[in-house]
Design a protein around this ligand. Structure first.
Ligand code: ACO
Length: 448
């Protein structure tokens, strides 16, 4: 028997049989459900898309109930243990782990596209010295579409490959330049002798050294963090890349939309917020008070909770292991004690367990970044580096999916209709607006 759903519309008494495929009904199948023949038909109201599948995807599998994450079928734990970030990036984009020669070619191509056009430096110089590096990165990625106009040829497989290579290769360079700009330091060019993560650390840190090679163990820890952040199916930024990409804009512009989405504190900005929260808590003894504040909804426990995971985020488990390793090399961080106590108490508290709130990937990642000497404004930027491979893989998948159309949700209109236009002189309201003009933010007032 075919899987179907029978719906009876109690407004009309009519019954409808709707196909169920992959435990999903097609939204458009509901449109036949009408009271009057000229009705629009039934729609689904789903703010935040909490129960809407927007695509079919074979890239990342998540079982949020069980805390499982797999890329192209491989468990994240195994990828972190055995693969490099670039290998995982290849896996995401092409669907298979690369053979030796394929990996060699991929690494060569990425390594030989890490330089950015010199004009990009001039573009970066236009930003205020204290501009947030994520704002700079966002603009830089958007600007790439003007540096590589051939990216617009999205039907050309070679151009799509080049866009993937360029985005993955140049993202660390743009990210490091954003950081150096915010410190007023000269930009450091990529070093082809270094691996992907080590090269990024070198571009952030190098000063007068002729050759700068970061500690291999720290570079490895960063590479694991890159793997952990590479893709996470239809999250806010990936959905943004797909939605913007569905207009058939070039991939650089689509990925810039992903960077913009990631900038938000509820998405990529969460680890920065976790460190701010831990600093505010100040000492372990203040943890119970802070948790009371969360329960009375005066505070939010940043780094906890996830739309999909209703169990321990498997990425948080892997990161937690690496926190200790990295801190053993770089020295203790008192914030770790606060974080550990906060997690322990929250996991014992019915308020959090009943809402199935567990640490997510961002709970511990900020502590590692801080130990690596990376300032908190850079955390989101560092998230964007590996997520680029996920964005581009999802963009490519969308491109090859004949069912995809331009993203264009519906709405339930709640405003007025058919009003009579009134000329400005005849509109009702106070004769004069008194009081000071709206205050501009302090930062905006400082500049010219
Ligand atoms: N602290 C306190 N309470 C929380 C938290 C939190 N971090 N997260 C959710 N809750 C509570 C909500 O208040 C709600 O309680 P209620 O039912 O009594 O009103 C309940 O848990 C369900 O939460 P929702 O907001 O419905 O969950 P949603 O799926 O919409 O939000 C989100 C998920 C945005 C991640 C949320 O948990 C959150 O804001 N967490 C903190 C920010 C964060 O760490 N973001 C990183 C996510 S991972 C990533 O983007 C890489």
């Amino acid at each position: 028997m075919a899987d179907t759903l029978t719906i009876t519309d109690n407004r009309t008494g009519k019954s409808y049989e709707i196909d169920v495929t992959d435990e999903t009904v097609r939204g458009l199948d509901l449109r036949q459900i009408k009271v009057e023949e000229d009705d629009f038909g039934l729609m689904v109201y789903d703010p935040g898309y909490t129960n809407t599948a927007s695509c079919r995807s074979a890239i990342t599998y998540i079982d949020g109930e069980a805390g499982v994450l797999q890329h192209r079928g491989y468990p994240i734990e195994e990828l972190c243990e055995k693969s490099s970030y670039l290998e995982v990036a290849y896996l995401l984009v092409f669907g298979e782990l690369p053979t030796g020669p394929q990996l060699e070619r991929w690494v060569y191509d990425v390594t030989h596209h890490t330089f950015v056009h010199e004009d990009m430096k001039a573009f970066y110089r236009g930003f205020r010295h204290d501009a947030h590096p994520m704002g700079i990165l966002l603009a830089g990625v958007g600007a790439m579409s003007t540096f590589y106009p051939d990216g617009k040829q999205i039907e050309d497989e070679e151009e799509r490959y080049m866009a993937a290579i360029r985005l993955i290769a140049k993202m660390p360079t743009l990210a490091a330049f954003s950081y150096r700009h915010s410190l007023g330091l000269p930009y450091v060019y990529p070093d082809n002798d270094l691996g992907y993560a080590a090269n990024f650390l070198a571009m952030m840190r190098r000063m007068t050294e002729i050759k700068y090679a970061p500690d291999e163990r720290l570079a490895k820890a960063l590479d694991v963090l890159f793997i952990l952040h590479a893709d996470h199916e239809q999250n806010c930024s990936t959905a943004a890349v797909r939605a913007v990409g569905s207009s058939q804009v070039d991939p650089y512009s689509a990925v810039a939309a992903g960077v913009a989405a990631l900038y938000g504190p509820l998405h990529g900005g969460a680890n920065e917020a976790v460190l701010r929260m831990l600093r505010r808590i100040e000492k372990v003894e203040n943890v119970p008070d802070f948790l009371e504040g969360v329960k009375s909804r005066e505070e939010k426990l940043m780094g906890f909770g996830h739309r999909v995971y209703k169990n321990y985020d498997p990425r948080a488990r892997i990161i937690k292991k690496h926190v200790d390793e990295v801190l053993a090399l770089t020295g203790d961080n008192p914030l770790l004690d606060i974080a550990t106590e906060l997690e322990k108490r929250a996991l014992e508290d019915e308020y959090f367990t009943s809402r199935r709130l567990y640490p997510n990937v961002d709970y511990y990642s900020g502590l590692i970044y801080e130990a690596l000497g990376i300032p908190s404004e850079m955390f989101t930027v560092i998230f964007a580096i590996p997520r680029t491979s996920g964005w581009i893989a999802q963009w490519m998948e969308m491109h090859g999916d004949s069912e995809q159309r331009i993203a264009r949700p519906r709405q339930i209109y709640t405003g007025e209709r058919d009003r009579t236009y009134v000329d400005v002189a005849d509109r009702e309201g106070p004769e004069k607006i008194t009081g000071p003009p709206a205050r501009r933010p302090v930062r905006a007032r400082r500049g010219a």
